[in-house]
Design a protein around this ligand. Sequence first.
Ligand SMILES: [Cu+2]
Length: 308
Amino acid sequence: MSKSPLPGRLRPGSAFRGAVGVGALALVAAACSSSGHPSVAASHAKSPMPEMSSSMPMASSSMSMGGGALPMGAERMHVTIVSAAEGTKVTGNSVMVRVRVSGYRDTCALAGKHVMEMEATATGHYHVLLDGALVNMYCTPAAEVSLQNVKPGMHTLTVVPALDDHAEVTRNARSVMFDYAPATPLPALTGVTAGTPAIAIVSPGSGATVSGTFTVQVRITNFRPSCALFGKPNLDGYGHWHLNLDSAAGGMMGMGGMMGMSCTDTIQASTAGLTPGSTHTLIALLVDNEHAPLMPLIAARVTVRIGT
Ligand SMILES: [Cu+2]
């Protein structure tokens, strides 16, 4: 996989930072685009977001980050940064951001699910970005962001309301700057070389029935999952994994169907929003720090039945 950001390759985050500034435009542009997710992963492109190289990188990338048209009501999804206060000096090696969500119900249980048009903006979660790069999705009143591999100095945290399919309401994003002045700086992590990375699903087993909240366990080899590196520049041999429902080829680098991401060998998944008796495919895929799937795709799949 690629090393730290290559010249000429836009990081999703750096483009997103621009997109926040043109949020209103992005919303209009997204509303005009056809619905559905552009298939990024399916193109087997090396760059996670090839459409960024188009002649309108900002509008195009924000549409891509939005995963297509934003449904009606998305403009009512708001977030407030309760803390940290603007200019806060952070001497520890993580920063806590407290968030209040309004206009929608904050939940991770429906992430990656197809939620009907009229209800699509009733639920969602929020994304946290560090210096414009996506760290993770959250559905709790507070989010802790590691400052591993972050240089001392001023940095920007951005909180964005997100739909269940991870489409971002960029117009309603909120940002705060903080001053990272570590008392005891973390040693920087550097890339490692290992064999060919692999991932396997240990449980549930093929054909298993799953209900409510259930655990998906994987076995990862030749790869170092790291939560501290979520959203940081890529390092060889490091990343994490995403659990997707039915597809790894949706918009936003395949994140349209993402139920969650993990840096351990388990993730808690939910059958909320899925029809009892239906069958679905769970896909565990290895991704880099910037959330782009490793290419060629390294993924494991298991088909499960949704219980009552
Ligand atoms: Cu991720």
